[in-house]
Design a protein around this ligand. Structure first.
Ligand code: ZN
Length: 376
């Protein structure tokens, strides 16, 4: 609705202010204390808007939040996460800053902008005495960046009860395309055991876990098949402890991306069945598929078309993209629930130092979400 856009644009500074406050409250996934401070701030802001907020206490990560707004039989689920990949202290190195129409800061795009958009969309509705057409439940979890281990069940339970799911992760690229397909994500840990020996006196008695790991790394990377959209990446390697010892131990962390379930199963079993090359070495692999691939379905296309009628009057052209990054939308999509992802901030560089949002797109996304929720 045009009025929502006018209102949001005239409150653009407030929206950016909310976002700046959240960027300056750091929330690295493994820093529970800081993340809980941000969670408390978010809870307070939603309560000021008349929402009911429930905390889901956690021991290792920040407490998750469940925000309820409005009434009605059908439920719309909105997914946000408050954690970031940026270690506490990053804000000192790269403080929030504005440069022309771009705003920079750790986690600004991924995905504190999404949380600000949700808050201000509800505020916009309130200011117009409008209520969401369906009951809205917003899950704001705090472990998305490490695979949503403690929040996955909650997301799946709520997705099953929902008529539609919107994920406020950033849109793709500077045009903010909606993400109608996402690759599945696998996470693995490879442990290699060898035998220690003095590197100078009796190297023949040792079995080098580092040498064995080198073989494993080359094999794992050879599983990459870009034509099929499959990639395997050894992102972290550690092994040995001193220069003059045949290394008895090595460890690696492996990331897998796939576009279909069939490919996920095929490559997953290749990775899990890794065998040693050096005699006497042992290789153990744990892990598996974390987020199932989100394939573009008829249901997604229908939902996208149905929200285009709210975007058009606002002058927003909604394009779509298939991306490699994972999100919680995939848990919902795997259950067959209609899902649209990428309705959050518009910008570039998630997980990168140059991460930014386009400031003038913020009120436009606020108005879009308000229109979708109000159905007008
Ligand atoms: Zn994210």
């Amino acid at each position: 609705m045009k009025e929502f856009l006018e209102y949001a644009e005239s409150h653009a500074e407030e929206i950016l202010g909310t976002l700046r406050d959240m960027v300056e409250m750091e929330s690295f996934t493994s820093d529970k204390a800081s993340t809980d401070l941000l969670g408390g701030f978010i809870k307070g802001r939603f309560e000021e808007l008349g929402a009911q907020v429930r905390m889901v206490p956690q021991e290792e990560v920040g407490d998750h939040l469940v925000v309820d707004v409005g009434e009605g039989g059908d439920q719309t689920l909105i997914l946000c996460h408050m954690d970031t990949v940026w270690p506490t202290g990053t804000i000192q190195e790269r403080p929030f800053r504005l440069e022309a129409d771009l705003a920079y800061g750790p986690g600004i795009l991924d995905m504190k902008a999404g949380i600000a958009i949700a808050m201000h969309a509800l505020e916009t509705l309130r200011a117009h005495n409008e209520a969401p057409q369906q009951r809205v439940r917003i899950i704001i979890n705090s472990d998305e960046e490490v695979g949503s281990t403690t929040s996955r069940q909650l997301i799946e339970e709520e997705a099953k009860k929902s008529a539609q799911v919107f994920c406020l992760e950033p849109g793709a690229g500077p045009e903010g395309a909606l993400k109608t397909g996402r690759k599945g994500v696998g996470m693995f840990q490879v442990k290699v055991t060898g035998r220690a020996a003095h590197a100078g006196n009796e190297p023949e008695k040792g079995i080098s876990a580092v040498e064995e790991m080198a073989h494993q790394i080359l094999r794992l990377h050879s599983l990459t098949d870009l034509a099929r959209g499959t990639s395997v990446n050894v992102g972290v390697v550690q092994g040995g402890s001193v220069r003059n010892q045949i290394a008895p131990f090595a460890e690696a962390l492996v990331d897998l991306r796939v576009t279909t379930m069939q490919e996920a199963e095929r490559v997953e079993s290749e990775i899990l069945n890794s065998t040693p090359v050096l005699s006497g070495a042992a290789v153990g692999v744990i892990g598996g598929l974390n987020r199932p691939p989100m394939e573009r379905t008829e249901t997604t296309a229908l939902l996208l078309n149905s929200i285009r009628r709210f975007a058009d009057p606002l002058g927003i052209e909604l394009t779509e993209a298939q991306v490699g990054g994972g999100s919680d939308a995939q848990f919902a999509a795997a259950l067959g629930v209609p899902v649209l992802d990428g309705l959050g901030g518009v910008g570039e560089g998630p997980h990168a130092d140059h991460e930014y949002i386009i400031v003038t797109e913020l009120p436009r996304r606020v108005a879009l979400l308000a229109s979708i929720l109000a159905g007008k």
